[in-house]
Design a protein around this ligand. Sequence first.
Ligand SMILES: [Zn+2]
Length: 259
Amino acid sequence: MTLLLIYCVVLGLAIGSFLNVVIYRVPRRLSVVRPRSACPNCAQPIASRDNIPVVSWIALRAKCRNCRAPISPRYPLVELATGVLFALTAWRVGPHVDLIAFLLVDAALLALALIDLEMLVLPRAIVYPSLIAVTAVLIVAATLDDQWHRLFVAALCSMAWFALFFIMNLVSPRSLGFGDVRLSLLLGLALGWLGVGEVVLGFFLSNLIGAVVGVTLIATKRIRRDQPIPYGVFLAIGTIVTVLVGPILLSHWHHWPTT
Ligand SMILES: [Zn+2]
């Protein structure tokens, strides 16, 4: 297990480095493959030795090797966050095939949340490939462990959440964008694989966190009442928290005396 956690931290740091590229380029419709990363100030391509997650940022003392322009701490923070999130997810899900699906969900939600926070969009170019990849991994997991009922429940939850958001979007497109409707397919699938209780909890937590933050920001006049909020951020947080602690919370719930 320790080896798995170490492996997931290292994998997370590397994936986090790629997510930095995704977060900047995908909403601007740029290729994530070419050209290779360059300094935004002097356009000097970043050498491999200066592209080691977290380590290079510290070694360079947060400055470009060529022009000495400061490098945002956002890059190492995204890398660290991905590493920590991957390790926590591995610790919760364990060494099973479906862990790959949940690491994919982590990476997708981290990128989507940061893009939504900055630009108020949830790019299709991230949501659909993630959905396809997660579905493929869960089909493999269902085949290997003969867990077709789990996959069936996950598919139903995915469609149910999608239907609910689709209707909410029809009724009030201003309060719930279609990006959130699309994203709900992925959330319902991932949480549905864990159980129906997790789907309900994830939905509840997302809205609770969103409401608390929204009301706080309006009350402290940080945002206006009619200003759009990045709902995708709260959906991502609610879902990740549910993957990490949902099964623990729900097992306590089941053990509470009901009579
Ligand atoms: Zn530079």
